[in-house]
Design a protein around this ligand. Structure first.
Ligand code: BG6
Ligand code: MG
Length: 212
């Protein structure tokens, strides 16, 4: 087989939390009187919470100190975490679960490489709390995608070399991170549109053919 391990981004690959991120940021932006729409929300994909708020603040007229920024990002996260309580194993598609099981049956190690500090909670909500061989997330890293840190950390946790790992991503910043880490990347959605990935997928189950 071409790879020994597959490292999955979480939001936008395994599950779809975009609408919850959007709702939570929208409520913060509305309170601050900042214009925010779904197109701006798309730019937050794969980007850390702190960096996401900086993008939102591009439409803010005033100035804001670090402490105040932290209060707003904390508030966003409280709203977001409450929305995540709506998630359940029903939010994990059969296609995704069947493909993951198939890759595991072929002997591949499976890991998560996500910028999110809520990755553990999301996996728990989906019924995947104990599923992956390693979880590298926003709590373990200091540099967010497009820096490769989160994927390098995932490979380390698995005990694998980067060149033996395939990353699966939906964000351009995530594809860039995988390539910067010396890993091949299979991309969905915006990641595929970036033209920077090694494989462009129309659907998650295309992975079965890619790792053959
Ligand atoms: C990424 C999302 O997975 O996690 C981003 O694509 C998000 O939109 C980032 O900003 C950080 O998430 P969290 O849960 O730590 O606020
Ligand atoms: Mg993503």
């Amino acid at each position: 087989m071409k790879y020994r391990a597959v490292i999955f981004d979480l939001d936008g690959v395994i599950c779809f939390t975009d609408k919850y991120h959007y709702q939570a940021w929208k409520s913060v932006a509305d309170e601050l009187g900042i214009y925010f729409d779904e197109k701006i929300n798309d730019r937050l994909r794969g980007v850390s919470r702190k960096a996401s708020f900086e993008i939102i603040l591009e439409n803010y007229d005033g100035t804001m100190g670090e402490e105040e920024k932290e209060r707003w990002t904390d508030k966003k996260n409280e709203i977001y975490k409450n929305l995540l309580k709506n998630m359940s194993p029903e939010d994990l598609s059969k296609e995704v679960k069947d493909t993951l099981d198939q890759l595991r049956e072929r002997g591949l190690s499976l890991a998560i490489g996500s910028s999110s500090k809520n990755a553990g909670f999301i996996l728990h909500q989906l019924g995947l709390g104990e599923y992956f061989d390693a979880v590298s997330d926003g709590n373990l890293i200091s540099k967010s995608k497009p820096d490769p840190e989160v994927f390098i950390k995932a490979a380390e946790l698995l005990g694998e070399n980067p060149e033996d790992c395939l990353v699966v991503e939906d964000a351009k910043a995530g594809v860039q991170a995988a390539k910067a880490g010396g890993m091949d990347c299979a991309a969905l959605g915006d990641g595929a549109k970036s033209g920077l990935a090694d494989y462009n997928m129309a659907k998650f189950s295309d992975l079965s053919e890619i790792v053959k």
